[in-house]
Structure formats: structure tokens, C-alpha cells
Design a protein around this ligand. Structure first.
Ligand SMILES: C[S@@+](CC[C@H](N)C(=O)[O-])C[C@H]1O[C@@H](n2cnc3c(N)ncnc32)[C@H](O)[C@@H]1O
Length: 305
């Protein structure tokens, strides 16, 4: 099986995006999942700070509810930013056997991995996976329409925290049609931001996030993690603070940094059910049903236009 690559993730475009991010001092989430080393560091971190068992049951509860509401025998499940695809495939398993599965992500490696997993585990039809940048791809609805039929369930797990809402929700809205479902997960803060800070303010997170600046020419520096807020939403921010002068390189451009300069590497926005509903409202996306993990730190939401 091979993947179909949208122009937003062509090698040349990715290099251009990278240079753009460095020049703006703000690194897009997709650049932390690019290399084998980054993926290994992320998986290590994920294993330690996201205990699988209790979280996974929230996804199963969501799938069981959805299966009772979903009227189509031959619809499609489109996994946006599928990663390894575990959660999306767990949902697929509860849907009618003729539901097609489409894996999508910025990473070709990950969509192929998720598609292989779907092929092994299910009798469902697994479509050729798609690689695109959900935040920047132009003409995405038309692109997807070439490969998938109507009656769609989109899954969007673990991604909304890593974008300022205005940078991702317009793209998501453009994909949805009346009758489609959108399932997404968001990190919640039932006990305040301070209590979740240790999940980010740790060496494993620093090692993972520092990999991008280090592999693009940054010298000595420190990853600093802090709580910030914007438009009533709080988020965790991690920045690389340069401790020595250096030159970073991308797309044949050179970028000079000096001690004290900073590069934003990562954001994780946190929501409550109310702030999430408020954030989605301007885009016409409504939460129909919500499920929460036992510790209250993860919510899975069934939404429609
Ligand atoms: C935190 S992981 C979540 C993976 C999986 N959905 C899960 O919940 O386990 C974020 C995923 O989003 C993908 N991603 C990051 N930026 C993206 C973008 N702009 N467009 C599409 N996928 C993106 C990454 O490659 C990664 O697989």
C-alpha cells in the first residue's frame, strides 16, 4: 500500500513551512513528529504520562454510543492526524462492517502504519491513506472527495490542544457536511493548570521538543515550560531559550539567534466543557454528547454542524 500526498505535504512545501516557522519563532506541531528519533522520544513520553487503560475506555464508551446513533451501513471513518490509529480503529470496530477506513496525517510513516493495523484487525475496507497538513492544505474538501464517499465520521484525536483554535477550526468546519459526525478529544483541567504542569515540565518533554532546534543547528539552550492564556483560554507553552549564538538552517535559509532569544516549540490548550462549546460555536460546530475519562483530564466529544 502507498499513500497519496497532498501538495501541502510535498517535500518542497514542508521545507518552506519549516523556514517560515523558524523565521516567525513559532514551530508548528507537525515538526515534532518528523524523524524516527522524534517519534521514539514522543512515544516514550506518551507511555509515561498518558496511562492507556483508563483513557481508552472513554473512546470505547464513545464508540458504543455512536454505533447506536449512526444510521449508515456503508459510510466512512476518516481519521484526521491518526498517529498510530489505535483510537480510530477502536471506534471503527464498533461500526457496521462495510464502513470504510481512511487514515490521514502529516506523516506518511504513520498513515501507512495505521492503515496496516486497520487491515490486520478489521474486515472493513481500508482506503489508500492520505498525507496532508490539516492546518494549511488548500482545497482539502475537494481533495478528500476524490477518494471517499459521503456519510462520514471524522475523528480528530489529540490534535486540537496543539493549535490556537482559530488556526484549525475553520479547516475542520470546511470538511463537515450536515449529517456527518465529528469526534474529537480535548485535554481538560478539572483541577487547574498547576496540577497538569508536571506532565509537560519534565525531562522527557524537554528531550522530545529540543530535538527540533538541535537537529537544525541550535547550540546550547533550555526548554522552558510555562502556563499562559489567550482569549479566555489557558495553555501550556514550551519555548527554547537560546544560551549561545547560533545559525539555524531550513530551505537554504539561514536564521541567526543570540543568547536570550526564544523559539516557541509547543502549545497545549486546555478546555472545560463550557469553554469548548463557546470556542466551537462561531464555527457552527455543536457538541451533542460528551464523555470524560475517570480522572476528568480527557474529554471525547461527539459533534455535528
Ligand atoms: C498527539 S498526536 C495524536 C495522534 C493520535 N490521533 C492519538 O490521539 O493518539 C498528534 C498527531 O497529529 C499529527 N499532526 C500534527 N500536525 C498536523 C497537521 N498540521 N495536520 C495533520 N496532522 C497533524 C501528528 O503527526 C501526530 O500523528
Amino acid at each position: 500500500m502507498n499513500a497519496i500526498i497532498h501538495p501541502s505535504q510535498s517535500a518542497a512545501q514542508v521545507e518552506k513551512d519549516k523556514a517560515d516557522c523558524i523565521s516567525k519563532g513559532n514551530i508548528a506541531a507537525k515538526f515534532h513528529y518528523q524523524t524516527q528519533k522524534q517519534t521514539t522520544l514522543w512515544l516514550k513520553l506518551h507511555k509515561k504520562y498518558a496511562p492507556q487503560d483508563s483513557l481508552f475506555s472513554t473512546y470505547i464508551d464513545t464508540a458504543e454510543y455512536l454505533a447506536t446513533e449512526w444510521p449508515h451501513k456503508n459510510g466512512s471513518l476518516i481519521a484526521l492526524g491518526c498517529g498510530g490509529g489505535e483510537k480510530d480503529i477502536a471506534i471503527l470496530e464498533k461500526l457496521p462492517i462495510n464502513t470504510s477506513f481512511l487514515a490521514t496525517d502529516v506523516s506518511e510513516q504513520l498513515v501507512l502504519h495505521a492503515s496496516r493495523r486497520a487491515l490486520e484487525n478489521n474486515k472493513n475496507k481500508t482506503l489508500k491513506p492520505l498525507v496532508f497538513d490539516l492546518a494549511t492544505a488548500i482545497g482539502l474538501p475537494e481533495f478528500i472527495d476524490q477518494f471517499v464517499g459521503s456519510n462520514r465520521i471524522y475523528t480528530f484525536f489529540g490534535i486540537i490542544p496543539n493549535f490556537p483554535p482559530k488556526n484549525i477550526l475553520p479547516q475542520l468546519k470546511a470538511l463537515l457536511r450536515p449529517g456527518d459526525y465529528l469526534l474529537f478529544s480535548a485535554n481538560l483541567t478539572p483541577n487547574g493548570m498547576e496540577t497538569i504542569l508536571p506532565q509537560y515540565d519534565n525531562q522527557l518533554t524537554r528531550d522530545w521538543l529540543a530535538e527540533f532546534p538541535k537537529s537544525h543547528g541550535a547550540g546550547r539552550g533550555e526548554v522552558r515550560v510555562a502556563i499562559k492564556s489567550e482569549d479566555d483560554l489557558e495553555y501550556i507553552s514550551a519555548s527554547f531559550i537560546f544560551q549561545e549564538s547560533c545559525v539555524m538552517e531550513a530551505s537554504e535559509n539561514l536564521f541567526k539567534f543570540y543568547p536570550g532569544d526564544s523559539l516557541q516549540l509547543f502549545v497545549s490548550y486546555r478546555y472545560s466543557i463550557n469553554s469548548l462549546a463557546r470556542t466551537l460555536e462561531p464555527y457552527g460546530i455543536k457538541i451533542e454528547k460528551s464523555f470524560q475519562s475517570r480522572n476528568g483530564e480527557e474529554g471525547v466529544f461527539i459533534c455535528r454542524l
